[in-house]
Structure formats: structure tokens, C-alpha cells
Design a protein around this ligand. Structure first.
Ligand code: TNX
Length: 519
């Protein structure tokens, strides 16, 4: 390594302890660039080096822990070229190894973890396997950014010595992907799950139906996908997930400790269903498929009994393949449904969800109805609705459109996206606090935070990545990290340093001028 070319202050910090001669290549290691920022970090001043001789020791017999160990081995392999062994053993590992173990510290709850890195070891402990998985993401981010490259990098794999104790602020944090306006296949969804997991998010809401498309196989109503899944915005060929493919997505998510929340939007946003089955329409006539981007023109026929049989069948099949506790019922922008029809409809749909053993989530308009205990309202636009939901004892999923909508343009020059709610530059996306945004909705009322990506203007994975990055890491931090000790001026430095990491992950992110990118 050429000492003149140490890339950053942080590397210089550690260069005192490292020999500048005989080291392969630059290693920029730092404790200062983690996103989301951990609850507490103490530097030890030592450096651990991962080598081809390292192994990952896993304590105990928990299969999930073993799986997390294997996940770590798998993510470290491409760039290091090391075939790290996962060793299930009770013995104390010799120096140079990584250890993963559960411990009976309930204060770490579901997702917290402790990480100790010394010259001799990397020791990751948690109360639950999910905590180990979140901690594994920290290990990835403590290694040089090249660790995310898909091929072998000849550098030394050092980790800055530290003690980290970390846990999330909110228990649900994630994204929504609209696969209805444009369809995205299983591989795209898996990549999105990988990227959510990298930033310690634990929820993916899939918007599975809308005017332009029905995207999930329902065996008792096959025309929903045969007809309703056959197109998308712009008239492309659309698509849908078979139930087996959906189960594969759910499993892939569960392997990353991510919950899938499936949404069937109703009574509005239903043209794809109305075009597939004439009997769902009040006039018994199927509508035409729709490939435009207007909203608010469709409605299920709320007065017909067959409508509730349809919903019962759809939610019955969906509940059977969704292990997570939630079903999203939509409920937004039902401008074609009279208010006096909307209220009994949503009331009854909540009962159907309950009958199938699930909890209902709906966009904030559902607060106009009587909410079942434990129903969740998703705040997107109307604070009065959301306050009404709180008054009824519901909890709020925070997705304010003018702060958290990933389909909003960054500025007026953005090549993709809409701007009806706001232009959302990277600083604006970061500078807000879910617990103080709406008067009367505080920390204890908040169920989680979610950044939705609507896809009227987005038709391929590259476009998804351009809109999602670099805003998503900010949402991940808002959801995970304590408010004290972080702020835009220091965050933008950390984000800038993630430029190389995102690039290594193959993400073509928006290079906001507000961020000092290091690539
Ligand atoms: C509003 S947000 C919608 C969606 C659109 C989105 C576009 C919400 C609950 N409904 O149907 O896709 O705006 O930004």
C-alpha cells in the first residue's frame, strides 16, 4: 500500500496501527460511515483482518442462526474469494475467526445486536436470529466498500475495532413496490429485497392490484390474471405471480427477516378486476382493460353480495400463502364510490380480513369508517384522517407523500417520477421526524415507516434503483436510528461515502449535488 494514497481521514486514523508496508492495496475502513447509524459505537483502536483462513463459528443448534452464518459466508465470498466455512461448534474460536451466537439479553429485543471487533475476533450476539441478521449488515458495512463487488478484489479485508450495541427505533421499516402499474418479475423483487435488507429494513408491501393490472394468481377467480394481468401502463404485456412464485418471494423475504404485506386495493383502483369479471360491476358489464395513469374512476359494486364472496375468496387464498400477520385492503382514492357505500364496504372488508386471521392495513381514508381493533391506517396525505384513526385507537404507518414517496421527482429535471406531492431532494427526504410531523401523532401512535414506490413512470429495475437510491438509506435511518446524534450535515458525509458501496452493489443511483460523493 502506498501511504500517500490513503483515501480518507478515517483510513489515516487507523494507518497508525497498520503497517503501511507489505499490505495489499488500500483498505478504507471506518466506523463513521454506517447507515443506519447505530445506537452506540465505541472504537477500540484495534483492527481485525479477515483472511482465507477465517471461519464463521455458529454457537447452538438454532437453524435460523446457522442460516444467518451461511448468509454471511455467501455475501463475503464473491469479493474476497474466500470459501469461509460455517462451523457449528461450542468451542471458543481461535483468533482470526467470526463468531455468531444468541444470548439471553431481552433488552436487545427482536432485531437488536451487539458486535465486538478486536484484533482477534469478530463476535456478533443477539437475542433473536433477526438481530444477528441485522448485525451481519453492519459487518458488511464495516468492511471496505469493495466487499460488495461481484468479483474478486485483491485488497486486505480489515474491520475497524469496535463495540457496537444497536437496535431499531421503530419496529417496522420498509418500502412499497407497485407491481400493478408496471409489472416486475420475481428476480427484480428479490433484488429489491436484498437492497432493503442491506439497510436493515424489515418490510416490503407489494401493491398487487390496481386499475392497470392484477398481479397475483387467485385459483378460484382465474380470469383476474388471465385477463386482468395481461397489460400495464403504456400497454405492455404486464404479468403476474403464480402462487408458487409469490411463496418463493415470501420465503426469500423471510430468509432476510422481511415481512411481505400484500395489498389488494379496493373498492377503487379495481379496473383490472372489473375488466375480468362482469359480475363485479353494478351493470354486469366488464370494463375495458386500462393502460393510462388516471386514478379514481373505478369501483367494485358494493351493493352486490358476489363482491363480498369475491373478496372472501381472494383474501382467503392470499392469507393462506402469507405468513405475515397483515393484509392491506387499499381503500384510497375511491372517488367513484359514494361515501355512504364506502363506509359499510370497508367495515365489512375488515371483518373478512379478521375472519382469515389477519390484521387489516388501509390507506388513511379507511379512518372514515369504524376501525376494527388493531387495524392500521397508512398516512399518505390526509392528516385529519390519520388523527381520526388515532382517535379510534389505531396505529399509523407513516408514508407522507411529500416526504416519503419514492416516485416523487428529485427536482424539476428528474427524468422519471411525478411531482404532485412535492419535489423530494435527498435532503428533504431525510429531514423529517415521523414522531413530530403531524400534531397529535406521536412516537407511540406510530406502527412503522414505509416509503412507497408507485410505478406509473417506472418500468424497469434500473428506473427503480434510480428513484430509490439514494433516498432509501435515509428512510432506513429515520426508521432505525435515534434522533439525537444525527443530522443532515453529518449524514450527507456518510451517504457520500456510501457512493462506492452503492456502486459496488451495481446501483445506478441519482448523484444529488447536495451530497459529497466518494466513488
Ligand atoms: C396516489 S398514494 C395514489 C396512487 C398513485 C400515487 C402516485 C395513494 C394511496 N394513491 O394510486 O400511484 O398517488 O404518486
Amino acid at each position: 500500500m502506498n501511504c500517500k494514497h490513503l483515501p480518507s481521514l478515517v483510513a489515516i486514523l487507523f494507518s497508525g496501527m497498520m503497517s503501511c508496508v507489505n499490505k495489499p492495496q488500500t483498505a478504507s475502513i471506518s466506523l463513521d460511515n454506517l447507515i443506519p447509524k447505530p445506537a452506540s459505537v465505541k472504537a477500540s483502536g484495534e483492527v481485525f483482518e479477515l483472511t482465507t483462513a477465517s471461519s464463521i463459528f455458529v454457537e447452538g443448534q438454532d437453524q435460523d442462526v446457522l442460516r444467518v452464518g451461511q448468509f454471511l459466508a455467501d455475501v463475503l465470498k464473491p469479493a474476497t474469494g474466500f470459501a469461509l466455512k460455517v462451523v457449528n461448534s461450542g468451542e471458543t474460536p481461535a483468533p482470526g475467526n467470526i463468531l455468531l451466537a444468541l444470548k439471553a439479553d431481552t433488552s436487545l429485543r427482536e432485531e437488536g445486536y451487539e458486535l465486538s471487533v478486536t484484533r482477534d475476533h469478530v463476535k456478533l450476539t443477539a437475542y433473536k436470529p433477526a438481530g444477528l441478521f441485522r448485525g451481519v449488515q453492519t459487518i458488511r458495512q464495516l468492511l471496505p466498500a469493495e466487499i460488495e463487488m461481484p468479483d474478486i478484489q485483491h485488497i486486505s479485508w480489515q474491520i475497524a475495532g469496535s463495540t457496537i450495541r444497536d437496535y431499531p427505533l421503530y419496529s417496522l421499516r420498509g418500502g412499497m413496490l407497485d407491481v400493478a402499474r408496471h409489472f416486475f418479475g420475481v428476480e427484480d423483487v428479490k433484488r429489491y429485497l436484498d437492497l432493503l435488507a442491506f439497510y436493515k429494513m424489515n418490510l416490503l408491501h407489494l401493491h398487487l392490484s390496481d386499475d392497470q393490472g392484477w398481479r397475483i394468481e387467485i385459483k378460484s377467480w382465474p380470469n383476474l390474471t388471465a385477463q386482468g394481468g395481461s397489460t400495464e401502463v403504456g400497454g405492455g404485456k404486464g404479468g403476474f405471480y403464480t402462487q408458487d412464485q409469490y411463496k418463493d418471494i415470501v420465503k426469500y423475504a423471510a430468509d432476510r427477516f422481511i415481512t411481505i404485506i400484500p395489498e389488494i386495493d379496493m373498492p377503487g383502483h379495481t379496473n383490472a378486476a372489473l375488466a375480468s369479471y362482469p359480475e363485479l360491476n353494478c351493470n354486469d358489464t366488464a370494463t375495458k382493460l386500462y393502460t393510462g395513469t388516471e386514478v379514481g374512476f373505478s369501483t367494485l359494486c358494493t351493493k352486490k353480495e358476489i363482491t363480498y364472496k369475491f373478496i372472501d375468496d381472494v383474501f382467503g387464498e392470499l392469507a393462506a400463502i402469507t405468513p405475515g400477520p397483515y393484509l392491506h385492503i387499499g381503500g384510497d382514492e375511491s372517488h367513484a364510490t359514494k361515501k355512504e357505500d364506502y363506509i359499510p364496504f370497508v367495515t365489512r372488508v375488515q371483518e373478512i380480513v379478521k375472519k382469515h386471521g389477519k390484521l387489516a392495513i388501509g390507506w388513511d381514508e379507511i379512518a372514515l369508517t369504524k376501525l376494527q381493533p388493531n387495524t392500521i391506517a397508512q398516512f399518505w396525505a390526509d392528516s385529519a384522517n390519520s388523527k381520526e384513526a388515532v382517535r379510534q385507537g389505531a396505529r399509523i404507518m407513516m408514508s407522507p407523500a411529500n416526504k416519503a414517496y419514492l416516485d416523487m421527482q428529485y427536482d424539476s429535471t428528474s427524468r422519471l417520477g411525478l411531482h404532485w406531492a412535492a419535489y423530494i431532494e435527498v435532503d428533504s427526504a431525510y429531514i423529517w421526524n415521523p414522531a413530530t410531523l403531524v400534531q397529535g401523532i406521536g412516537y407511540n401512535n406510530i406502527f412503522g415507516i414505509e416509503a412507497p414506490l408507485w410505478t406509473e413512470t417506472i418500468s424497469k429495475m434500473d428506473d427503480i434503483e434510480y428513484m430509490v437510491f439514494p433516498r432509501l438509506p435515509g428512510y432506513a435511518e429515520i426508521g432505525w436510528s435515534p434522533v439525537a446524534g444525527r443530522g443532515w450535515d453529518e449524514y450527507k458525509i456518510r451517504l457520500g461515502n456510501h457512493g462506492r458501496r452503492m456502486k459496488s452493489l451495481g446501483i445506478d443511483f441519482y448523484r444529488s449535488k447536495l451530497v459529497p460523493w466518494v466513488e
